[in-house]
Design a protein around this ligand. Structure first.
Ligand code: PHE
Length: 357
């Protein structure tokens, strides 16, 4: 009779050494199969002396059970290892972007408009829009700029050929006509913000014949100059991300506001560069209390309602915030410029997520 201890050691080593399910099955067949070595020994029990049969039989049974259990345990280990290998192999990093980064980007003008809107939306303003082609009345007359008014010359207006319903048509020279359209359509109280394209016949390093403005208008029974100041100071500080940015209101003149003020922010000019913040001044927007004549032109009772309005140039805001030196480059459609100054398409500006990219 074979040395059972040696056989046990040998079979156990074979089980442990089986590298995969197939090898393990071969070990099982060779040991416990119909013609396996342990099976053969059991079959041979009949020839063993009767007095030894019981002990050897018990030892063989024990060996068979031990090998069987070892094979089972090894099978589970191999299955686990197999699963681990598959998991590692088929691993997916769910934090990777679903798609490659979009080739396009958001133009700094769109980005700046989105940022301005996000700030005013937070204050409760809603967005209004109007047509780029305006009639003379909405662009000028209703805003208290009568035909002979010198302010008309300052606007370098593009006039369109012909008339519509007897009215001379223009490319709007500012977004202020949307104040008129809104007040004609909506009863106060109202607070709107108006982003849009504007046009003036002017072209040099600091002027483009097409540019962008954002207009604001608030009309209510108790609106006063303090509201105008608070609103615009908050806006400037949020937009430039400087909590203590100096903001100054300087008396000015617009036919459609009375009194009027231009708004300056603190800046520093050194070595030919301009930085936001500091104790020099830089003009960034026009504002004022809505002229009662304008309210009356829109059928609003100026005894009961008051309002404030403001207007700002988007290109100028974008140049200041993002350090873009030349206005003309905005509209060159140079892909290298767009890649450099563009913004990621999915980074929508909000107050809570921060406005900066
Ligand atoms: N419409 C003025 C401009 O284009 C800006 C402005 C708007 C000023 C509203 C006061 C109030 O210069």
């Amino acid at each position: 009779m074979e040395d059972l201890d040696a056989l046990r050691t040998e079979l156990m080593a074979a089980v442990a050494g089986a590298g995969d399910a197939q090898a393990l099955e071969a070990v099982r067949v060779a040991a416990l199969g119909r013609k396996g070595r342990v099976t053969a020994l059991m079959k041979g029990l009949g020839t063993v002396e009767a007095d030894q049969r019981k002990t050897i039989g018990a030892a063989l049974n024990q060996l068979k059970d031990a090998i069987g259990a070892a094979i089972e345990a090894r099978r589970e280990d191999l299955a686990d290892a197999d699963l681990d290998a598959r998991l590692a192999d088929e691993r997916v990093d769910v934090t990777l972007p679903a798609r490659p980064r979009a080739a396009g980007s958001i133009h700094p003008i769109s980005q700046t408009i989105d940022e301005v809107i996000a700030i005013f939306a937070e204050m409760g303003f809603s967005v209004a829009e109007g047509p780029d082609i305006e009639d003379d009345w909405h662009n000028f007359t209703a805003l208290n700029i009568p035909p002979e008014h010198p302010a008309r010359q300052e606007h370098d207006t593009f006039y369109l050929p012909g008339t519509k319903d007897g009215a001379r048509m223009v490319l709007r020279t500012h977004t202020s006509p949307v104040q008129i359209r809104t007040m004609m359509e909506t009863a106060p109280p109202l607070s709107i913000i108006v982003p849009g394209r504007t046009y003036r016949c002017d072209s040099d390093a600091t002027h483009s014949p097409m540019f962008h403005q954002v207009e604001g208008l608030v009309v209510d029974e108790s609106t006063h100059f303090g509201h105008l100041k608070g609103c615009l100071i908050d806006f400037c500080r949020a937009f430039f991300g400087i909590d203590d940015l100096p903001v100054r209101f300087r008396p000015s003149y617009f036919p459609f506001t009375e009194p009027s003020a231009e708004v300056d922010i603190g800046c520093t000019r050194a070595d030919g560069t301009l930085r936001i913040g500091g104790d020099d001044w830089l003009e960034i927007l026009g504002s004022g209390m809505v002229n009662p004549k304008v309210l009356e032109n829109c059928g609003i009772d100026a005894e009961r309602y008051q309002g404030f309005a403001f207007g700002m140039g988007v290109e100028r805001l974008a140049m200041l915030k993002y350090g873009i030196p030349d206005l003309r480059t905005f509209f060159d459609s140079d892909l290298r410029w767009l890649r450099h100054y563009g913004f990621a398409a999915l980074d929508l500006p909000t107050m809570t997520a921060g406005l900066d990219p």
